[in-house]
Structures are given as C-alpha cells and as structure tokens.
Design a protein around this ligand. Structure first.
Ligand code: ADP
Ligand code: DP6
Ligand code: CO
Length: 353
C-alpha cells in the first residue's frame, strides 16, 4: 500500500474596494489595473481545502462542494499545479531525503461554506486555499507574496486572500508577471473597528463568470480605457492613504465610487453585463439615505460580480447603519428573495502565514 500524504487549510474571502476588472494577459492572468481589498474573517465565509498526494493516485482531481470537477481543460488550475510542482522540485533537489511528491498526482477536496460563483469571491478564497494547501503539503519555503503570484494565475482575486487585513494587488509591469503580486497595506489591527455586513440577495450562480465578463468589457467598452487610464491609478493611491490614515469617510467614498465605476463599465459592454438587480439598487439607496441622515459618511456599499451587497462601516456606527438598512430593505418587494442579512462580520482575519 502506498501512503497518502495530506495537508488541510482554510482561506478567507476578500471583498475588493477597488475592483480588478480586466486582464492584459489572459495566460498569465495579469490585470489591467492594481486593486485593493479587505479580507473578511474566516469565521464566516471561508474555503476549507485538503490536498493529498500519493504514488498510487492515477490522476489530478478536484472535488468541489461534493462534486468531481472536470479540470482537464482548466489551464489556470493546471498552471498552479505546474508551478507548485516546480517549487517542490527545488525542495527535493535540496534534500535527498525528501519524497518525490512532485511526481505524485494530487487529489484536492474543497468546500466553500457560502454560495459558489455568486459574486461573493469564491474563486478568491477557493484558489488561495488550494495553493496554500498544496504549498503546505509540499513544505514550500516561499512566503505569501511569492505564493500570491501562483494563486493569481488560478484566479486574480485569489492573490489577495493570502493576506489578512488591507491588501493591494500590485499589477506590475513585467511581461512575465514576476512583479504582479499581493502585498499587505496594513494588518487588521491597524483598523480593527472595520466591519462588513453581507447582504445575500441571491445565492444563484451568476450568468456571466468574472473571467468571461471582464474580457467582454476589455474588448468592447469605450468607457473602460477612461477607467483604467484616468481614474483607477489616482484612486489606488488615495485609497491606500485613506486606509493608512484610517479616514473612513474618504475610504467609503472611494469604495462606493469604484463599485459604481466597475458596474458602469459592465453596462457599457456589448452585450451589456448586469450584475446588480433591484434589491442591490435598493441597498445603494438605503446606504445613501443612512449617510444623509447621519450627516456624514458612516457606510459604504460595494458589489462584486453579482447582486450581493457588502456594506463596510465602523463598529461604533453599527446601530446607525444596520437598523435602517434592515428596515429599508424589508419594505422592498424583493426582500423575500434577499435571503440573509449577515451583520457584523468582523474583518479580523489574522494571517497565519
Ligand atoms: P465568484 O464571484 O464566486 O468568485 P467566479 O466566477 O469568479 O465567481 O468564480 C467561480 C469559480 O471559481 C467556480 O466556478 C470554480 O471554478 C472556482 N472555485 C470556486 N470555489 C472554489 C474552490 N473552493 N476550489 C477551487 N475552485 C473554486
Ligand atoms: C469583481 O478574480 O474572479 O470580484 O481572475 O478571471 O478568476 P479571474 O477573476 P476574479 O475576478 C474578480 C472580480 C471582482 C473584483 C475583485 O475581486 O477585485
Ligand atoms: Co471570482
């Protein structure tokens, strides 16, 4: 009997406050812009992945949420396997006692405890967990930033889920992607009062995947060039500063503007891409009203590639934000389909890595 070796890990979701939307290189998964996100607590939304390898395994497999996935055509997943095996070969070359795991087939078993492919960043948590689990199995010495370059090739947003707190994905300029990586802007302790509320409007799989949607935008939206050249570079610097200064009003305004800019380029695509729905728009109006009544910006909405809202606010404003938000959305006709409002998800994920 051949022995089976395995390692398990969890990875959290991150929700972008400055969105990645567009690839300049689809093979290496290099983005058209740098992005920023907040990593959420893994007590609430997380992926759990176990990576195993054995001489007796006959093929690489991925079981996702209980179903076997067909990964034979998944070039991006296969690129992650290839790069991780390459790093494992380095471990084997340096230590003659190390098992030749790079030659063994891999079995991955993964589970998301939240809706998959519904615009809640399952590909981010999923690919971060996958890369981390294999890196642990292989006992790789590389740090989170090095691994982020591999996770990026699996799913762009995944590179940011290798860090806790406030994270930037620097787009880089090198054609080989060697400087397109995630870095931590600040750890969670820097701004521990930050909270996120997740409004699950729909747990359904989205019609247009992020991968497909962003390339439609790159290829067809006249507004997109304006976003990339004239809007995002300045916004990236301003948002970083707002985090370092703990300036919530500025952080919130930039976050809402960027969500709207991203959904505007989706609408400007041909055919147009609609990720938000009537309930999403009701959430936007509710947040605007909450801020107006508070006389200051106490809440920020953002929507990824799906209808589900994430609302950022500071702990001290929980009542001011969550009470009216719940009341406003309950009076919407569509509320019945908004399955859950999950308040107070602390953004308190501690990086283990
Ligand atoms: P989301 O908004 O949820 O990130 P995407 O369209 O970006 O949606 O990606 C969804 C895809 O990500 C899934 O169809 C699957 O291929 C992949 N994915 C999601 N979760 C996992 C996971 N735990 N392990 C591996 N791949 C995953
Ligand atoms: C709207 O990272 O899911 O969530 O790289 O093709 O896997 P691929 O795309 P993905 O795109 C995320 C888009 C977004 C914004 C963001 O997370 O920055
Ligand atoms: Co995704």
């Amino acid at each position: 009997m051949n022995k089976i070796y395995s390692a398990s890990t969890t990875a959290p979701v991150n929700i972008a406050t400055l969105k990645y939307w567009g690839k300049r290189d689809t093979t290496l998964n290099l983005p058209t812009n740098s992005s920023i996100s907040v990593t959420l607590s893994q007590d609430d939304l997380r992926t759990l992945t176990t990576a195993s390898c054995s001489k007796s395994f006959t093929e690489d497999t991925l079981w996702l949420n209980g179903s076997k996935e067909d990964i034979t055509g998944s070039k991006r997943l296969l690129a992650c396997f290839r790069e991780l095996r390459e790093l494992r070969r380095g471990v084997e070359a340096a230590d003659s006692a190390a098992l030749p795991m790079s030659e063994f087939k891999l079995h991955l078993v993964s589970e998301n405890n939240f809706p998959t492919a519904a615009g809640l960043a399952s590909s981010a948590a999923g690919l971060a967990a996958l890369v981390r689990a294999i890196a642990d199995l292989y006992e790789l010495p590389q740090d989170a930033t090095e691994l982020s370059k591999i996770a990026r090739q699996g799913s762009g947003s995944a590179c940011r889920s290798l860090f806790g707190g406030y994270v930037a994905w620097e787009m880089g300029s090198s054609p080989d992607g060697s400087d397109s990586k995630a870095v931590q802007i600040a750890p969670v302790e820097h701004w521990p009062e930050m909270r996120a509320c997740i409004l699950v409007v729909s747990a359904d799989k989205k019609d247009t995947s992020s991968t497909a949607g962003m390339q439609v935008t790159v290829n067809t939206s006249p507004l997109f060039a304006h976003r990339i050249n004239n809007v995002v570079p300045q916004r990236f610097e301003l948002m970083k500063k707002s985090i370092l200064d703990r300036d919530f009003a500025q952080f919130a305004q930039l976050t809402m503007q960027d969500s709207n800019s991203f959904h505007a380029v989706c609408l400007d695509s041909t055919p147009p891409i609609f990720y938000m729905n009537d309930i999403s728009r009701a959430a936007i109006r509710a947040v605007d009203e909450i801020n107006r009544l508070a006389g200051q910006t106490v809440a920020a909405y953002t929507f990824d590639a799906g209808p589900n809202a994430v609302i950022y606010y500071l702990k001290e404003n929980a009542q001011v934000v969550l009470g009216p938000l719940k009341a406003a959305l309950k009076s919407q006709d569509g509320w019945a389909s908004a399955s859950a409002i999950k308040p107070e998800v602390p953004t308190s994920f501690e990086s283990r890595w």
